[in-house]
Each structure stands twice: as C-alpha cells, then as structure tokens.
Design a protein around this ligand. Structure first.
Ligand code: GUN
Length: 285
C-alpha cells in the first residue's frame, strides 16, 4: 500500500516560505511583488485556475492583477497588452493562461515569446527553456518544478533512479525530462507513438503521468514500490476530476502516489508564487 503524497502539506510549506520572503521585500523595498495574469475568453477550467492563482497571491501579500480579454481579441491587441506589462515596473510576473481560444491559438509561441524572460513566471519563454536545459539559473515551469520539489520535500531520492515520463507536452513532459535529468535520474520520455509502453513503465522507479487520459496508467504498468506522480486533471463528470492514473488500483502496487485532486496541482500554484518572488529578485528592483 503506497504512501499518499498530499499536495496540501507540501504546498503550504512552500507558500509559508514565500510569505516570509514577500514580507522581507515589503520591509526592504516598500513595494510588493506583483503578478499579472491574462485570461482570454471564458474557458471554465482556466477561470478556476486563474481564480486559484489570484487567491494564492492575495493570501501571501503578492499584488494580483487579472486581465480578462474577450475571446475575439486580436493577436496584436494581446501583444500590445504584453508590451505594456513588460514596460510596467510595478509588474514583476506575467502569465498568459493557456489554452488560448481558437482565433489566436496558432500564434501561441509568438505570444508567449513576447513576455520579457525576466517576468516569465511560467518558464515558457525560449530563453528560460534554454537556460533550464543547460542548467543555468532560470525561471522554471511550475508543474514539473513542483513535482521535483515534492519528491525532495518527501525525502525521495532522484539520483540514479530510472524515471519514466509519459507525455511530451511543452508545459509538462519535456521540461519534466530535463529537470529529472538535472537531478541525475536516467530518464525515458514516452509518448503516443512509443512501442511497448508497459515494458518501459515497468522499469520506472519514478513514473510521471502527463497524458491527459483518465486512468491511463493501470496497476500492471507499475513496478512494485515505484513513486507514481499523476499530473493529469481529467473532468469525467461535472463535479468529478480524475488523474491519468488508476489511483485505487495503483496505490496497492506503488511505494508513493499523488492523488488527483489534491496532489501536484496544489504545488503548481505554490511554485508560481515562488517564481513571482524570484522574478522580482531577477529584475533587481
Ligand atoms: N494551462 C494549464 N496549465 C498551465 C500553466 O502551467 N500555465 C499557463 N499559463 N496555462 C496553463
């Protein structure tokens, strides 16, 4: 029976540390770190995520500015908004909530690349991606950084372990690969074209599921005692969220497992708060 890694416990520890840093910054510089979140259209899931980010900021003394733009906003209008925020010395972090609506989704890279890398609290800008890959000091993407932090806080050793990541998104899978590698794991990245997936996952001491399919990872795919991290958030009914892992079955095999909801999702927000403070420091205010 696996030990359940409750996100709340770890997220609280990270946020308490951020709260202290924010207080020190306010004392020293007489200003508060500030985050601007741009949300385009009204995707219900995005609205929930943005509200959670706003609440976390308010709780920790970070100024939060939520900018709601209509679904029909043009790419140029959105770029102009980003330029304005890049030039605003009272804003230290900028985040464009994804997914973007259909009208501008093809310009996603251009839009994200417009954010000043020093204010890029999502860690999506190519400058930050490049620094992450080479191991330089970068703003790191919140969800994968949260997975690593959770393992560290739980005392789980990463070095020398076989880590398997399922999913190759730019937001989770690919950065997860690099962060695990940086911690000296031997990493395999699996995806929809991977042959013999089960053979791969069975080798994993650390298994990260970021697929976007409910209960995709079944007990027969998991090595006895493995650390299973579930990054999936799948809505299977109006009020029912499940992860990418068949939690009830896999918890009987795994050594550690994260639940959904209440797992790594909570760390994503905590790491974002940490990134806002880091962005403030990078800007040398
Ligand atoms: N949508 C889902 N996850 C994320 C994230 O980490 N950052 C942004 N900006 N949008 C998201």
């Amino acid at each position: 029976m696996a030990k359940i890694l409750e996100g709340k416990e770890f997220a609280t520890a990270i946020k308490e540390n951020v709260r202290k840093k924010v207080e020190e910054i306010k004392e020293k510089y007489k200003i508060s770190p500030a985050l601007a979140v741009i949300i385009v259209g009204n995707n219900p899931a995005s609205e929930v995520y943005v509200r959670n980010k706003h609440k976390a900021c308010e709780d920790l003394g970070i100024v939060s500015k939520v900018i709601e733009l209509s679904e029909s906003v043009s790419k140029d209008e959105l770029l102009a908004k980003i330029d304005e925020l890049n030039g605003d010395k009272n804003i230290h972090g900028i985040l464009v909530q994804l997914p973007l609506p259909e009208g501008i989704v093809k310009s996603e890279s251009e839009i994200l690349n417009r954010i000043d890398p020093k204010k890029d609290v999502d860690g999506f800008h190519p400058v930050n991606v490049g620094k992450m890959v080479t191991g330089e000091n970068a703003l790191l993407p919140c969800t994968p950084a949260g997975c690593i932090r959770m393992m560290e806080l739980a005392g789980i050793e990463i070095e020398g372990k076989n880590a398997v990541v399922i999913g190759r998104s730019n937001i989770v899978g690919k950065p997860m690969l690099h962060l695990l590698l940086q911690k000296n794991a031997t990493v395999t990245l699996c995806h929809s074209k991977t042959k013999n997936l089960k053979e791969m996952t069975k080798q994993a001491d650390i298994l990260v599921a970021a697929v976007g399919k409910p209960k995709f990872v079944t007990a027969d795919m998991v090595k006895e005692g493995a650390v299973v991290i579930d990054v999936g958030i799948n809505r299977i009914a109006p009020k029912k969220l499940v992860g990418d892992v068949d939690f009830d079955a896999v918890k009987e095999v795994a050594g550690f497992i994260t639940p959904v909801p209440g797992g790594v999702g909570l760390l994503t927000v905590a790491m974002l708060m940490e990134n806002v403070v880091r962005a403030f420091e990078l800007q040398g205010v």
